[in-house]
Ligand binder design. Structure first.
Ligand SMILES: [Zn+2]
Length: 431
């Protein structure tokens, strides 16, 4: 059962008991890298006290329980309690699903070819433009609840299927409306540079006019109205070039927005290097990142966000070089890329499976990449993504005895409950 925001009461004082493991991810309040990724902070026989939406104390049960006897007990039933998953890359506001394209790819058309024929992102753009805000809210709410049901407590949500001033603002208003309905932490990102709109591709100066619209009107307006925390660009051959991306993100930075970049997804074009150069908060995808790109990210504060579900769903036989990124010291995060074209899964634990089985990450690396490093990819690691005194009480409880079972039972649904700011958000059989 999902608890909507209007049904959320005051944050209760709670003590979480009977967890087989408490996976704290405790450590510095920033992205972890290198050797820090080896230890997810697994405690047995630990209890967690929560008050006023924050973690108060984590300690052995015998020591904690007597001191918090007046707190409401939460029975973890021998499961694994960990920080709620932080999904730092989604395109969750869209109209119809695009199941037709999955079949077209199976028949041999590739993603960029489908886009050239007016499918792909363009299909979702036509669809979203024809829908009302109310319609889009009604579609988005149950989709976000599905993400929550798998243990996710923070979701970044991008615009980018509007590609006009009016339709991009409409999408950002939908995100704000959804955030007022669902009890999830939503982080809005402006992605007006998701594609060159088809109507702009049709005329000689359409492309430069659209980029001028982004830089001079859309970005300043989005920032002024505080409709987004980040701006993002799809930097890829066939979409935006590196120099166009630099110009758009420069305008976003001037307007006070944080920066993200879809970089080197299918072909390398210097996106990762650009993200590092601009001090972007994250560079995402990186399926085709070069050695220079890996070095650039490793030497920067930009989080390398990997989206293995996307390449799996597209049927690609290559994944991002996670091991090289980790071994060279880049801060690696994982996310679902939940979207109608290339990654329609709300199941973040399945992404952990892909991280271990395809990206060859350890369970600890995958867990940290999906919690504190996901928070770092949203500029939120100061108080989100770990179970430690003072951190937000964003928690997820899974019906497993060892956290390594989270990636192991692949495709399964093991989440028993989540809490956002110390208030119940999703309850899958918890009373
Ligand atoms: Zn994306």
């Amino acid at each position: 059962m999902f608890v909507n925001r209007d049904a959320v009461g005051a944050a209760p004082n709670m003590i979480f008991l009977n967890a087989a493991q408490v996976v704290t991810c405790a450590g510095p309040a920033r992205a972890r890298r290198g050797a820090e990724m080896r230890d997810a902070g697994i405690l047995t026989n630990a209890a967690v006290a929560v008050s006023d939406g924050r973690v108060v104390e984590v300690a052995p049960r015998e020591s904690l329980e007597p001191r918090y006897a007046h707190f409401t007990p939460v029975d973890c039933r021998g499961g694994v309690l960990m920080p709620g998953l932080v999904d730092s890359h989604t395109h969750a506001i869209f109209g119809r699903p695009r199941a037709d394209e999955q079949e077209q790819r199976a028949a041999g058309l590739d993603y960029m070819e489908i886009a050239r024929r007016g499918g792909g992102i363009h299909a979702s753009v036509r669809d979203l433009r024809a829908r009302t805000e109310e319609d889009l809210v009604a579609l988005a709410v149950p989709r976000l609840q599905r993400l929550a049901s798998h243990g996710t407590t923070t979701v970044e949500v991008k615009s980018g299927y509007g590609l006009t001033l009016e339709d991009e603002l409409k999408t950002l208003h939908v995100i704000a409306k959804v955030a007022s309905v669902v009890h999830l932490r939503l982080v809005p990102t402006f992605l007006g540079a998701h594609e060159i709109p088809l109507e702009a591709r049709a005329t000689a100066d359409g492309r430069s006019n659209y980029i001028a619209l982004l830089v001079h009107e859309m970005i300043p307006r989005v920032a002024r109205q505080e409709l987004a925390r980040f701006a993002d660009v799809f930097c890829e051959p066939g979409a935006y070039t590196v120099s166009e991306s630099r110009r758009i993100l420069g305008a976003a930075r001037d307007a006070g927005l944080g920066l993200k970049l879809h970089a080197d997804e299918l072909r390398s074009s210097g996106g990762a290097e650009l993200a590092a150069e601009l001090g972007a908060t994250s560079a995402d995808h990186l399926g085709a990142i070069t050695d220079d790109g890996i070095r650039a990210l490793a030497g920067s504060d930009t989080v390398a966000t990997l989206l293995p579900g996307t390449l799996l769903f597209l049927g690609k036989d290559r994944q991002a070089p996670a091991r090289a990124l980790l071994e060279q010291g880049a801060a690696v995060a994982l996310a679902t890329d939940f979207n109608p074209g290339t990654s329609p899964t709300p199941n973040f634990p399945l992404i952990l499976t892909l991280a271990v089985s395809q990206l060859r990450m350890s369970a600890a690396e995958a867990i940290l990449a999906a919690t504190v490093n996901g928070a770092a990819a949203l500029g939120m690691a100061a108080d989100t993504g770990q179970i430690a005194p003072g951190a937000r009480a964003d928690l997820a409880l899974f019906e497993i005895e060892d956290v390594r079972e989270l990636p192991y039972w692949y495709g399964d649904h093991r989440c028993l409950g989540t809490w956002v700011d110390g208030r119940p958000a999703w309850s899958g059989g918890m009373s």
